[in-house]
Design a binder for this molecule. Structure first.
Ligand code: ZN
Ligand code: ZN
Length: 141
């Protein structure tokens, strides 16, 4: 048992394990988490997985992505804050090494009177594969 999550019900721990198994930078939908969780814990229901993901997100164990153009939210382990990139051509979603710095965040909080808890930044455009296909130049090897 993970000592950092002692109070989590067993179902939730299975869900968290599945998200961790996917790993950082991979983005699993609730459906994908459900399919894998069911292998580890037969009988677990989709509603439980869905509720578990929402709770794990609230608790800060899991990052949730709502990306415009994607039908379902995606989940990944809570790691460093980062942005995402969605390719408008092939639909690939990848991590981008970018986050607001703490000073910008504090400045926005005081200017607008907010208590910011999370941020979600998604860039869109063409991924490397698609942009090189469009320009006709081969991928750098
Ligand atoms: Zn692409
Ligand atoms: Zn990510």
């Amino acid at each position: 048992m993970d000592p950092s999550t002692p109070q989590l019900p067993a179902n939730y721990r299975v869900i968290l394990d599945v998200v961790k198994e996917y790993g950082a930078g991979r983005h699993a939908t609730a459906q994908e988490v459900f399919m894998r969780a069911r292998e580890l814990r037969p009988g677990i229901g989709f509603t439980t997985v869905h509720r578990g993901l929402a709770r794990l997100h609230e608790l800060g164990h899991v990052l949730k992505l709502d990306i415009t153009g994607e039908g379902s939210a995606m989940y990944e382990p809570a790691t460093e804050a980062h942005a995402h990139f969605r390719c408008t051509d092939c639909g690939a979603v990848t991590d981008v090494d970018y986050a607001f710095n703490a000073a910008t965040r504090a400045e926005l909080e005081s200017r607008h009177g907010l208590a910011i808890r999370s941020e979600s930044i998604t860039f869109t455009g063409l991924c490397r594969t698609c942009s090189s296909r469009e320009s006709g130049t081969p991928l750098p090897s």
